[in-house]
Design a protein around this ligand. Structure first.
Ligand SMILES: [Zn+2]
Length: 118
């Protein structure tokens, strides 16, 4: 008779996915769980932005709440937005002197490489 372990049952019901490169960025480190959850929502593009609200039939302004220069999307908020760039310059530029990219995917890749577990 084969013995079963609860781990085997767990693995059947919840198989492991392919590892994602941003796992350590999001879930490692000493940040409060609330912050980790918010970063996870941003990475998964689950944050509610004006472009999504419009697709869901919502009404209201579509422009970025910070700069009003473009449609508010994740890519805009965390790449293209001038306010994002100013925040970056004020918060991270001393430790990581660089010019942030306008491309969300480039920014995420940079964060995965440099901010893992911080
Ligand atoms: Zn903006």
């Amino acid at each position: 008779m084969q013995r079963y372990k609860i781990q085997m049952v767990w693995d059947v019901f919840r198989p492991k996915d392919v590892p994602v490169p941003w796992y350590s960025l999001v879930w490692k480190g000493l940040s409060p769980p609330r912050d980790k959850f918010i970063v996870w929502m941003i990475v998964k593009n689950y944050i509610v932005t004006c472009d999504k609200v419009a697709r869901w039939g919502g009404r209201g302004p579509l422009s970025c709440v910070f700069c009003s220069c473009a449609l508010e999307t994740r890519a805009h908020l965390f790449g293209e937005c001038v306010v994002y760039k100013e925040l970056y310059a004020g918060l991270l530029a001393k430790e990581f002197p660089r010019t942030p990219s306008d491309d969300w995917d480039v920014e995420l890749q940079w964060a995965v490489s440099h901010l893992r577990g911080k």
